[in-house]
Design a binder for this molecule. Sequence first.
Ligand code: LER
Ligand code: MN
Length: 273
Amino acid sequence: MKSAITISLVNEARGGPFVYWDDLAAGFAAAARHGFDAVEIFPPAANAVSVGSARELMEKHSLKVAAVGTGAGWVKHKLRLTDPDPAVRAKGREFIYGIINLAGYLGAPTIIGSMQGRWEGVVTRERALDWLAEELKALSERAAAHGQVLLYEPLNRYETNLFNRNADAVEFLTQRGLKNVRLLCDLYHMNIEEQNLAESLRQTGALVGHVHFADSNRRAIGLGHTDIAPIAAALRDIGYAGYLSAEILPLPDAETAASQTMASFRKLTSSSS
Ligand code: LER
Ligand code: MN
């Protein structure tokens, strides 16, 4: 397994679960200082990050990009893939295509989290799920053109009513034949929704594509009450070789959040039980 830490460039997401903020170069430098393998980037839009400069930072610091988030499409631009207005859905799709291209050039997958939206008002659950399936199909085909999977993230009940639990999302992806989509399993959301985090990861198996490495209170692993050892054992047992990416609050401050994450990551990946 590999380590990653988040960098947000989205002003409207202030207060959200990202360790480093506003400055991509400073975020890369901090990630390297702490010994991370990669950064996860949360950009306001695809054109806010230059592929050339990001590649230079990757090379300079020997860091990969673990994933690129699309949530700014919702928090900044109010776009979502299950909006009743077809023009909004189309703009959402275009926004994500741009990020998939950016991520692809950086060798990274793209995350669909808040951009999934929710069913409400005139939109029935069935209708929303049909739109979601349609959009995930188109987006995952674009990701495949870059040799990447698309990451779909079940969120807790306060953020979406589409899929809150991994097993339900897996059933949906399977039924809809969405073969190039993997799950992003965020341990913070799972702590709210799953009966047993380790068991859920075991059941998700090869469809675990990315992990948001967050404790029960969305702080660094070790600063909440999640029992991480059985979760790490489950990930090892299913052969998960992807990232444990710290999408967490920068508390008590970014440096402590980063060093606590790295200490937990090292402890879990060096132990064999
Ligand atoms: C995105 O990865 C996520 O987990 C959401 O809760 C948005 O913050
Ligand atoms: Mn997440």
